[in-house]
Design a protein around this ligand. Structure first.
Ligand code: PBE
Length: 267
């Protein structure tokens, strides 16, 4: 790419998200390991990142963001991941469900649903897109649950209705987790639970389930993205396994940028 020096054009900045996100920390390791001296991963929020990406695309300007999939941005815009030959971001990931210890004994029916919750990237995308287009997360989740009764019946198989038991799901306000948490919350609500969904910082979310302040979360990106938090808390958590397969994180750019690899960035 002799024509445009993208490194200079983006002012040696990667448009990041919350500093506590795994993809943010991994991107700082990328700067280290690829020797991108003088580069900065800018801490921000997922919402601000998405706005900056949309603005850049509107103006056909270059931008490099910390990205992940599933995410609605791939449906809205023509984007690509930069290759990561050093493998800093790791391979395909799963999104897993974690429950607090004792949940199975205290709320066996909720535990069963959380354990059986599993959906696809397409499922998640359809919920995410509608929320992004202005839908209220609770309403979008309720409509999805109603339209997908067969799938939901697999999650609730063997679970009995309860009468107003309190349960708290913790999550982070990433688009992916807003979607999944509200869907699972609605399914539990329909079973008779009194569900609270509480947005937290990433590390605090893990800690809350580990110390039992929260009952469960469906937002564990593994093995790489939240690998450090998993190692720290795994002995205090009940790992209910994948709720989605084929997730990924990395650096994402608009397809009109004539650049393919992180190695093409210049210090
Ligand atoms: N994400 C979305 C999170 C996990 C879910 C990729 C922004 C993270 O990087 O921690």
């Amino acid at each position: 790419n002799g024509e445009v020096n993208y490194s200079e054009a983006v002012d040696y900045k990667i448009t990041g998200i919350e500093a506590g996100a795994g993809v943010f920390k991994a991107s700082e390791r990328v700067v280290e390991e690829y020797g991108l001296d003088g580069w900065e991963v800018q801490a921000s929020s997922s919402g601000a990142m998405a706005t900056a990406l949309g603005e850049a695309i509107k103006n056909e300007e270059p931008i490099i963001v910390t990205g992940w999939s599933p995410h609605w941005k791939f449906a809205k815009y023509d984007l690509k991941y930069l290759e990561d030959p050093k493998g800093v971001y790791g391979d395909e990931e799963i999104i897993a469900t974690m429950a607090r210890q004792g949940l199975e004994e205290d709320m066996p029916n909720a535990y069963k649903v959380l354990d059986q919750f599993f959906w696809t990237e397409d499922d998640m995308n359809s919920v995410m897109l509608e929320i992004t287009d202005g839908g209220d997360p609770e309403e979008v989740a309720a409509a999805w649950v109603e339209d997908n009764a067969e799938k939901v019946a697999e999650w609730t198989e063997g679970a009995e209705e309860v009468d107003g038991k309190e349960i708290e799901l913790v999550y982070v306000e990433w688009d992916t987790e807003v979607a999944s948490t509200h869907v699972v919350g609605k399914v539990l609500e329909d079973l008779g639970f009194n569900v609270t969904v509480t947005p937290l910082d990433n590390a605090v979310m893990w800690q809350a389930v580990a110390n039992g302040e929260g009952d469960a979360m469906v937002a564990a990106w593994l093995p790489g993205t939240h690998g450090d938090l998993y190692e720290e808390y795994k002995d205090q958590l009940v790992d209910l396994g994948a709720n989605l397969e084929g997730a990924k994180i990395g650096l994402v750019v608009p397809s009109y940028m004539d650049i393919d690899s992180i190695e093409d960035l210049e210090a």
